[in-house]
Write a protein that binds this ligand. Structure first.
Ligand SMILES: [Zn+2]
Length: 238
């Protein structure tokens, strides 16, 4: 990689390590396409009870003994989320009023986050604690790292790598939070009899596809981190 730096020591866009970023991008795009097609497939499967995403969310929350969470509608597709600050569950246009198995499962997954919040689920607490550090890390990592490359200062390169690692750590902690929300959701959907067996297996596919987007996101970031380490190492030997 030595030769790719030219005389100024500035990495060109086409240095080979860019392939790592490219591979990450492909993984993320594939995961995103997969969740969209899986969701769209099971959006056409109407739930046997005929209940909508919003109705399902209300039932799941009550089943879990939660009565202080508000359910709202939010614009967009797959923009569903639980906001712990306001204890609000926001369901997207494609979930809120839809009586499909996909909608019920996504709504129940968001309820899973509300349950985690209520129970102070450790990975969720850790994740919330990491938010400021992760935001700072992802904003500052590249500027600091580039200054390190331009001025050939190893300490700046190291700081850039550490900053980027904070963002990666955040994504890593997100994984158990997401998988756990889905397993809570499926357990409640099964235990309350809201979904039958074949619906549950369809729901599992939808939620697994959604979780894979977080896995792909983490993989993409790890590849970028690896790239930074390789670039810093190349600098070292200059
Ligand atoms: Zn989630």
């Amino acid at each position: 990689m030595y030769g790719f730096y030219g005389h100024g020591g500035y990495p060109f866009m086409f240095d080979w390590t860019y392939l790592l970023v490219f591979a990450g991008l492909i993984l993320s795009l594939a995961a995103s396409a997969n969740v969209k097609s899986t969701f769209s497939k099971y959006s056409r499967l109407r739930s046997a009870t005929g209940m909508t995403g919003a109705q399902a969310a209300a039932r799941v929350l009550h089943f879990a003994g939660i009565y202080d969470v508000t359910i709202e509608r939010v614009a967009g597709n797959l923009t569903d989320h639980y906001d712990p600050r306001t204890r609000t569950l926001r369901l997207s246009d494609s979930t809120y009023g839809s009586a499909s198995v996909a909608a019920v499962c996504v709504a129940a997954h968001e309820c899973g986050h509300a349950v985690q919040h209520q129970k102070h689920y450790a990975p969720l607490v850790l994740r919330s604690t990491l938010v400021p550090a992760a935001n700072f890390g992802s904003t500052m990592a590249w500027p600091v790292f580039l200054l390190g490359l331009i001025f050939s200062m190893q300490p700046l390169l190291t700081v850039g790598i550490v900053l980027f690692s904070l963002a990666v750590l955040f994504q890593l902690v997100t994984l158990p939070v997401e998988f756990n929300a889905s397993s809570r959701a499926l357990r409640i959907l099964e235990g309350s009899g809201m979904l039958g067996d074949s619906e549950l297996s369809a729901g599992r596919k939808v939620l697994r596809a959604a979780a894979l987007t977080y896995v792909a996101g983490l993989a993409a970031s790890v590849l970028q981190l690896l790239r930074l380490i390789i670039l810093a190492g190349g600098r070292d030997r200059d």
